[in-house]
Design a binder for this molecule. Structure first.
Ligand code: FAD
Length: 375
């Protein structure tokens, strides 16, 4: 008769095999008591954490904490494993030499033959490099997406602006044709009338070829993540301009219902403006501060630069389409960034305001309601 091993172990598989598998595993494996005091750690644990096996046994797993994982993650971890279920998540860990890494960890409870929870088994991997690669790939993809969006917007708004301006000479032409036909009769104006009709037809064709704005779906958006993305995309520019960035995102910020790409474009336009206001020859103070917080049903973001500021007489005009303070040799500003950013804020039921910062420079204040379902 075939022997059946207890706990569904395959028959005739010696326990030694299990020990070897654990010893040779690439994942850091540790076994702890119910208070997370380490009873066993495999060689990969020593490789990843830098603690030798003989010095880690008897220590608590909390020795690995870099004290950067939010408390609620640990609370969830302990609630889950104490209830007898496995927990998987990411923890910010610190090695013996003080360097930090991101651990992808699974912690499982171990029960004795009476069903009593006696130990915990943890398996973790260092996923810092993988996360960095993911972040890099994400930044490149986002850069492409935002650049494409900016190109489309510039093209659309450039064309619409040109069309708008062409209306005026066309109207002058139309009045001239009317006057001429009154004075000189039909024959003299036929050619002009034809030219006007052709002009109108071309204008209509041009209007029809203006790329349409694709409606973007509304989704829960994490503003910390949006700002993080925009800063990653702008890292090269910030470094090149020698700008110091100060941003301490709150650990938790409620998600708002909004359009993720439009919001990224809005913050990118504001951060690009801030960079340009500081990256000027001879301008010394180059500091960009970002504040994010939430108050009742509102998310508040402030982007504070130490740039040249906006002259008082231009404050009223900066949100006008096609108004720019930066048109000059080598600069190709269309002046649609701020009006568009303001349009995005109001499409989300919020507002965007620019003020002079206390110690010079400009503060862009954005208020966004959490639950506005934008049209
Ligand atoms: P606390 O969260 O206050 O924990 C300090 C110690 O108090 C704990 O380690 C534990 O001994 C005890 N404790 C806390 N809450 C409970 C509870 N609800 N029930 C019983 N005892 C409790 N954390 C990491 O940061 N990195 C890791 O790699 C990691 N691996 C772990 C592996 C296992 C198997 C287990 C069980 C836990 C692991 N933890 C890990 C969680 C770790 O035990 C701490 O909870 C965490 O590091 C927070 O540390 P702290 O200093 O803030 O203290």
């Amino acid at each position: 008769m075939e022997s059946v091993a207890p706990d569904n172990l395959p028959p005739a598989l010696p326990l030694e095999i299990f020990r070897l598998v654990v010893e040779h595993s690439d994942a850091a494996i540790s076994i702890t008591d119910r208070e997370a005091n380490i009873l066993y750690a495999n060689p990969a644990f020593a490789r990843i954490t830098g603690y030798r096996q003989d010095e880690i046994v008897g220590r608590n797993e909390s020795i690995l904490s870099a004290k950067r994982t939010p408390r609620h993650v640990y609370d969830d971890l302990w609630r889950t494993i104490r209830a007898g279920r496995s927990w998987r998540g990411e923890l910010e860990n610190r090695r013996r030499d003080g360097s930090e890494y991101l651990a992808d960890i699974t912690i499982s409870p171990v029960f004795d033959e009476n069903g009593e929870l006696t130990h915990y088994l943890a398996m973790h991997r260092d996923i810092s490099l993988q996360r960095l690669e993911e972040q890099r790939a994400r930044t490149v993809a986002l850069q492409g997406l935002l650049a494409e969006e900016e190109r489309n917007t510039a093209l659309r708004e450039g064309l619409l602006g040109a069309l708008f301006r062409l209306e005026e000479p066309m109207n002058v032409l139309a009045s001239a044709v009317r006057l001429l036909s009154l004075r000189n009769g039909e024959t003299a104006t036929t050619a002009l009338r034809q030219a006007l009709a052709d002009g109108r037809r071309i204008l209509d064709e041009l209007r029809a070829s203006v790329p349409q704005e694709e409606p973007e779906a509304v989704a829960p958006v994490n503003i910390n993540e949006v700002l993080h993305d925009v800063l990653s995309v702008s890292t090269a520019k910030l470094l090149k301009a020698g700008i110091e960035v100060e941003w301490r995102p709150p650990a938790t910020l409620p998600a708002l219902l909004g359009r993720p790409i439009a919001l990224r474009c809005m913050f990118k336009a504001l951060i690009d403006n801030a960079i340009e206001a500081m990256d000027l020859p001879g301008h010394r103070r180059r500091e960009l501060r970002i504040l994010t917080r939430h108050q009742d049903d509102l998310l508040l973001v402030e982007i504070i630069d130490s740039g040249v500021g906006i002259p008082a007489h231009q404050h009223l005009r900066i949100f006008e389409p096609f108004f720019t303070t930066k048109r000059g040799p080598g600069q190709r500003h269309l002046g649609t960034g701020l009006p568009r950013a303001q349009q995005t804020a109001s499409a989300h039921g919020g507002s965007l305001q620019l003020d002079a910062a206390i110690d010079g420079g400009t503060v862009a204040r954005i208020e966004l309601p959490l639950h506005h379902v934008s049209e």
